[in-house]
Design a protein around this ligand. Structure first.
Ligand SMILES: CC(C)(COP(=O)(O)OP(=O)(O)OC[C@H]1O[C@@H](n2cnc3c(N)ncnc32)[C@H](O)[C@@H]1OP(=O)(O)O)[C@@H](O)C(=O)NCCC(=O)NCCS
Length: 154
């Protein structure tokens, strides 16, 4: 069944936080459910773009972009994730397309950061037309570089 993509609701946040802490990537960044909840709540308050994917259960995927989060100019895809049991079925692609569609109405580019070790996500982004344009060593975690990816939308 294709995912249903809709704006994130406050009631989705605890459901998302509950599975996010089981994702190895976010475990590596020491994300706690409390931090995930606080991050989404402040993103919602500041009007960031927050989408949720319902699959067989509600809130099994999400995408979060900051409208002018890249250089106070272009959208910055801050996080995207799919509940591990629902990964590799096209949900991430559907969420990414939805964010890009929104970005296209506002900007000519979209940017994101991806961890140097997260080769699965890098492959996912490259397949969707993103290119690495730089990297920031030890920006979030010591010994890890955050790769800067850009996609030109128009
Ligand atoms: C990266 C991530 C968001 C991608 O979401 P996803 O739903 O798995 O992505 P998709 O299913 O659209 O595409 C990913 C894979 O599924 C395959 N796929 C796409 N549509 C498919 C479909 N309908 N049926 C089966 N497989 C499909 C793709 O070929 C791709 O394969 P590959 O990357 O292994 O070569 C997700 O894996 C995730 O949450 N990862 C952990 C968190 C993370 O790394 N986030 C990104 C950095 S913030």
């Amino acid at each position: 069944m294709p995912p249903s993509i809709r704006p994130m609701l406050a009631s989705d946040i605890p459901l998302l936080a509950n599975w996010m802490v089981q994702v190895p990537l976010w475990q590596r960044y020491n994300l706690t459910a409390e931090q995930a909840i606080t991050n989404f709540q402040s993103a919602m308050q500041q009007g960031d773009w927050l989408l949720t994917a319902d699959i067989d259960h509600p809130a099994q995927g999400f995408a979060w972009a900051v409208p002018r989060g890249a250089f106070a100019r272009s959208p910055y895809l801050r996080l995207i994730g799919v509940q591990p049991g629902s990964a590799s079925t096209g949900v991430g692609s559907t969420l990414l397309h939805a964010i890009e569609e929104r970005a296209r109405a506002h900007a000519t580019d979209i940017f994101l950061l991806v961890s140097d070790f997260n080769t699965d996500a890098q492959r996912f982004y490259i397949r969707h037309g993103y290119h690495q344009i730089g990297q920031i060593p030890a920006f979030v975690l010591p010994n890890i570089s955050e790769l800067i990816f850009r996609k030109t939308l128009k």
